[in-house]
Design a protein around this ligand. Sequence first.
Ligand SMILES: [Zn+2]
Length: 434
Amino acid sequence: MSSNSNSSSSRNKIELLSCVSQNYSWGKLGHDSVVAQLLEKGTTNNNNKSIDQQQPYAELWMGSHPSGPSKIQQCNTNLIDYIHKVKQEQGISLMGDTVEKQFCNDFPFLFKVLSIRTALSIQSHPDCNLAKVLFKQHPDIYKDPYHKPEIAIAITPFEALCGFRPYDQIKDFIKTVPELSNSLPNNILNDHSDCKDLLKSIVTNLLNAKPELIALNLKTLEQRLTQKQEQEKLDKLVIKLHQQYPGDVGVFFAYLLNYLCLDRGQAIFLAAGEPHAYISGDLVECMAPSDNVVRAGLTPKFKDVNTLTQMLTYTTGCPGIIEPIITDPCSGHLSFQPPVDEFQVDLYDFSRLSPNQNTIAVASNPGPSILLVLQGDNITIENDKLTSNNLTNITQGTVLFVPCDTPLHLINNNNSTNQPVLIYQASVNQRVFQ
Ligand SMILES: [Zn+2]
């Protein structure tokens, strides 16, 4: 890899990032984890630590969140400190005026890769107002004052529970799953005429039920489902969740939340107040720069039942699938644009180009972006503004910081078309600039 710029100016200069991985217990182990594969092959792990087969590699963080800030490799400086330093010393804005103003000079988004072996907790994220309150009251648990909408794009088959099921489905499960109704007050279905009230009552009662009662009912449920002649997909999910988290009330949420199995390239968007739990698979994720998670189940961590039951929107039936925008089918460019200011995610997929093409243009962006080479080697990245900053021999796992107003060309130097090349880009949502 070469990056030979003699220019002392940092304007338009692409920089290699080294990024932090998080070894949460639910992560895939060793080389099974896409996070570990990216760390091993790429340039982001500049300590050259080798991959430990026994260790979980759950998340790769790309951004400037204090719990795992990325560093500019060349000067070993945290990304946000570098951005501030360049502004101070050279008078150059690497994020652009609009972004600096709107996000108060903070880096606007956090980009991640997740590799999930066992289910993550059932959780929801606060909106802007609640995030500020929680941060003030419990800064030890809620570590920043920001909301946390998030988008998740599957890079391998991805299972998730996401948003409440339609009311009728939930009512049917309460009628047909005795272990669930035995965990709720009698007549709960008759006591509420309003659907949102009913749903809130179901969730609140479940989460406040005696743990011994829940554990007993779940054990009965697992035994009954295991003995079933023909297990359905949902039965298998309930058994799996109970094996991962025995006795945990979160297992019952399989009957309350939509169960999604996404294929590679499919995405979900989670607004504030939507309950969800990721169950298995690998994904690219982008969010506002926040680590605020309110948990309710499938976790040994602190469950904030009160906050959670108050904050949920109790909207039903909408699993939050988001389709990419494809302006030109032969350009290899797909754009996921959720309805939030902080971020969007673009995908450059060389397999979508016509056979004689090997170049994809990345348009100039008025804000900063982060590029991740998820798959592919022997890639050239041409900087249209600063040709001395062209990068060659880019490999899988390379993560780059691209300053504002820096258009690029991505070139796949492989002759064989069957080697996949996928490059993801996180940036500020373009609606901010319109
Ligand atoms: Zn989440």
